[in-house]
Design a binder for this molecule. Sequence first.
Ligand code: ATP
Ligand code: MG
Length: 240
Amino acid sequence: MTEIVVLLKDVWKTYATSEGVVPVLRGVSMVAYRGELVGIHGPSGSGKTTLLRIVAGLERPDRGEVIVDGYNLNMLDDYGLAMYRNTVCSYIPQDFAVIDSLTVFENIEIPLILAGVSSETRIRKVMEVLEYVGLKGKARQKVARLSGGERQRVAIARALVTAPSVLLADEPTANLDWSNAIKVAELFLSIRKDFGTTVIIVTHDARLLEYVDRSMTLFEGTLKDISSPKATLSSTSSRY
Ligand SMILES: Nc1ncnc2c1ncn2[C@@H]1O[C@H](COP(=O)(O)OP(=O)(O)OP(=O)(O)O)[C@@H](O)[C@H]1O
Ligand SMILES: [Mg+2]
């Protein structure tokens, strides 16, 4: 059976700017299933980041409902949303938001410190996730000295270390060459298979959609062209 983990129902978002009111999302509805890799494609300015930030609980919609792993985000206050981001839904922003002056280990440890995890457990979890993303040997290195692909892996590891149900990645391959972009896409495929995580990536690079289970296009404020799940999906998670 397929289990819905992310549900968006008629989500609207408008920004007030000096040029007037700009409607960005105009009734977006979608679902994502447990252990599924969803790709959302759309031109620059189509509202991809806005949509992900709403699912991440970083922004509130003007109207509509967002329900993630049983949490209705409309019901959560700011503290609840902070807890939600640290336990249920991890968000990797477009610029990675890694801290250059800290080491790889220290960057990934941050969400565990915020969650009050003991030092001993933090070390174990950080080292496990570093091994998973292939950066074990770089634990003590300052992030400032890493390549673009390695920085993206640090950001993915930091998002993964809290074992979220949902992982959101905003343009995860925008600054990478194609061979590194494929490696990142393959890492997301492994994550959803190994941990049953629902992964949603947004991208303006249509080539990346070859690597996802299901793709959607954000155009003129609504989601269109929803492709049917690939056959591979049924063989990737024990829940299917
Ligand atoms: N805080 C804000 N205030 C006003 N307008 C905003 C705000 N955030 C986004 N917008 C506008 O909403 C629209 C969608 O922005 P968004 O960042 O979601 O697009 P995007 O699809 O992620 O673009 P890109 O591919 O360039 O990252 C744009 O026109 C943008 O200028
Ligand atoms: Mg964006």
